[in-house]
Design a protein around this ligand. Structure first.
Ligand SMILES: [Zn+2]
Length: 175
């Protein structure tokens, strides 16, 4: 089946404000280097609606509960998109959802509800203040969850495979 194309992008929250960790920030928590942040964090109340930033197909949807030591994703959804003109494939990543409405292989339309932001500080969603982690990935797809940080020398991903999400959405029509 041909990939769905994505003619337009919008922000995944009605009020998208990066008031948490910005894209590309080198983050240290409790003395431990986590590395470069590969997405943008928007601190919003638990229960806030999260919507698809554009038309595409769900390629990953799973609950990643974690521990106090290692954080986690809560529910995470990854959608594959394809730019209508350049034909380039990219992925949008939505993490720390408490509920997820979509399953792998489902099609989604621009703005379609994906889930709600999960509660703060729960074993399921992680020991964080409730927030959306939103990222744009352009690297190879390996049918597996993607990381939120990159550390020097780490082979899991490469920083050049990640875009600044706000800039990417704003510039999308001019690509
Ligand atoms: Zn984040």
């Amino acid at each position: 089946m041909a990939h769905l194309t994505t003619p337009e992008l919008i922000f995944p929250l009605e009020h998208y404000v990066v008031n948490g960790v910005p894209f590309g920030k080198r983050s240290v928590y409790e003395g431990v280097l986590w590395g470069l942040h590969l997405g943008e964090d928007c601190i919003v109340p638990a229960g806030t609606d999260v919507r698809a930033c554009g038309r595409g197909k769900v390629v990953y949807a799973a609950l990643h509960p974690g521990t106090k030591e290692k954080g986690n994703w809560g529910h995470i959804i990854i959608i594959r998109h394809k730019h209508a003109k350049t034909r380039k494939v990219f992925y949008s990543v939505y993490a720390h959802l408490g509920v997820c409405f979509k399953r792998i292989d489902e099609k989604v339309e621009l703005g379609e509800p994906l889930g709600f932001i999960g509660e703060s500080n729960t074993p399921e969603n992680g020991f964080w203040e409730a927030h959306l982690h939103f990222a744009i990935y352009t690297g190879p797809w390996k049918n597996d969850v993607l990381p939120g940080y990159w550390k020097e020398g780490e082979k899991r991903t490469r920083p050049e495979w990640w875009e600044n999400p706000s800039e990417f959405i704003r510039n999308y029509k001019n690509l």
